[in-house]
Design a protein around this ligand. Structure first.
Ligand code: ATR
Length: 272
């Protein structure tokens, strides 16, 4: 059987084996999918051993997406732009790198939540790896405006400059958002992981806006709770994105497009 795995540190709580096993049985693909732990600094070693043992592909999670980008011999346009790889494929003696996070986010918003990005005022909170990874794909949807707000403003400015050729990006701090409104607000900071709220001023959600947290959690994150108390019309966490990015990796590896909705619903129950 073809072997796949997700590599990360930590890795014990990863839902990827569950997701890919469901995809495999639903599409009739024979494959094995496991968890792979690597010590920091040991990424290349662990991956090389996996390849030598016949591994066909890897999903890459924190903190190794940059390592995977360097490890790949050929990368997709999306991975090149985001300087991060979350999907490695080993075929014909070569190592291919891709980044499916952006596709995952856009599919969840556009297809699952049925919210168009095109023509909307989009606000991204954060300027770290999570935001960088989804920027090219978000810009390709042609929002009316794309604003990146970050605590450390220079990081938002650097991202805006780096991606300028793909579309106009406005970089700002949080205070400057006061009095402005957005149709889609995406939390790409790590605040939810710490149970914190990004320091955003009140009133940034346009009536009926979509509030999207890239982190998934059992209850509402502080960001989603704030959005619920304001004018946001729709709240979503990153579970749909997790399943969609996995589906895109599965498609790259197996050339089959798996259905996602049932798997997302099952995961939601498992996590409840
Ligand atoms: P990731 O790869 O998950 O994006 P990261 O590169 O460390 O992780 O980035 C974390 C992001 O969350 C950054 O945008 C960070 O803001 P700074 O660049 O100013 O550090 C943001 N962040 C983390 N904790 C935050 C907090 N308490 N308030 C506001 N922003 C926060």
């Amino acid at each position: 059987t073809d072997r796949y795995a997700v590599i990360g540190n930590p890795i014990s709580h990863s839902q990827s084996p569950f997701i890919h096993s469901e995809f495999a049985s639903a599409t009739g693909q024979a494959l094995q999918y496991e968890k792979l732990f690597a010590d920091i600094g040991k990424f290349d070693e662990v991956v090389s051993a996996f390849v030598a043992a016949g591994g066909r592909g890897l999903n890459v999670t924190l903190p190794f997406k940059g390592d995977a980008f360097r490890f790949a011999q050929e990368v997709s346009e999306c991975a090149r732009l985001s300087e991060a790889v979350n999907t490695l494929s080993f075929r014909d003696g070569k190592i291919y790198g891709d980044n499916t996070d952006g596709v995952g986010l856009v599919r969840d918003i556009v297809d699952n939540l049925d919210v168009a990005i095109t023509g909307k005022r989009v606000l991204l909170l954060g300027a770290g790896g999570a935001v960088r990874g989804v920027l090219p794909t978000l810009l390709a949807e042609k929002p009316a405006t794309l604003t990146i707000a970050n605590r450390t403003v220079v990081k938002a400015e650097a991202l805006a400059a780096q991606f300028a050729s793909l579309g106009q990006i406005e970089a700002t701090g949080y205070e400057a958002l006061a009095g402005r409104q957005f149709d889609i607000v995406i939390n790409g900071t790590s605040t939810s992981l710490q149970g914190e709220l990004p320091p955003m001023p009140a009133g940034i959600f346009a009536a009926g806006a979509l509030a999207y947290d890239m982190v998934y959690s059992r209850g509402l994150t502080p960001f989603l709770r704030r959005a619920q108390g304001e004018q946001a019309g729709m709240l979503a966490d990153g579970l749909g994105m997790l399943v969609e990015q996995a589906a895109e990796s599965f498609r790259i590896w197996r050339d089959v497009q798996p259905e996602t909705r049932k798997v997302t619903n099952m995961l939601r129950e498992v996590l409840a």
